[in-house]
Design a protein around this ligand. Sequence first.
Ligand code: RI2
Length: 314
Amino acid sequence: MGEFEHIIESARRIVDMEVRGAGRIARFAAEVLMRFAEEIEKDFDEKMSEASKILLNTRPTAVSLYNSVNYVMNYSGDSVEEKRKDVIRRAREFIQWVDSAKREIGRIGARRIRSGSTILTHCNSSAALSVIKEAARKGDIRVYATESRPRYQGHITVRELADEGIDVTLIVDSAVRYFMREMDYVVVGADAITVNGALINKIGTSQIALCASEARIPFIVAAETYKFSPKTLSGETVVIEERDPSEVAPESIRKSGVKVRNPAFDITPRRYIDLIVTEIGAIPPEMAYVVIKERLGYTIPSKEEITLVPEHYD
Ligand code: RI2
């Protein structure tokens, strides 16, 4: 078990959300696999595959994690040395993909935001914040951020924006409809995008989308292409992670026979989404299929397990 110690510890950090945010999780997994590959002496394929499984078993909704592991695990080579080299190369490429995608999304997304606007965001998405920060560099922007119970990632968001000198207001999740008419845009991130253009994001996102639709406020999603789910092409649905009830209710309530549910994500159908800003352009949700087919290089798999074979990336 000793050999896998670092992998297990890394998996624990993802489960406990010390490393969180779909993009960061994916980047982290690539780094962890790269470091692991550097140390393997024998049984390279078996050990890499075991390490992948441990990492994949952490946060089921983050499709970026699946895409990252798949990207790195698509290595080739005859000898252990060749395989190791290829894993390292692929992991570095994926990390580079994450970093460049975020910058590009900021650049593309900011063009859609008029100066003088107020933007509502939910949870803490580095992709959404890339758009908001870039818009604030170019113009005058105010932001409303939800707390995002139960983990309060909204607190990270407001600190991050305040540090950049951006005018930011914190609101409770249930105040979204109260303030919606004062907003010009909603900008959120994504944990996954399905083949039919639905968004899976932090719990509460779909209610915000409903309010935005009612008030006719544009609802914009910032999502790197590695957040698109290839498995949905072959009919699988995205698993919604349910986290421990202790995140929601104190022990006195949990022990009193009250049931507590704690889904971490919800699903926003594509009809509520105006635009998905990816690193390859701003697209309507209807184009998710094209991204999965062309960008992620997927065909409908004939075998049970499928692998990601991206042909081009930045
Ligand atoms: P970036 C987060 O999930 C939020 O739902 C956020 O919108 C999404 O990941 C994407 O984040 P969690 O890890 O990749 O806080 O844009 O459960 O940073």
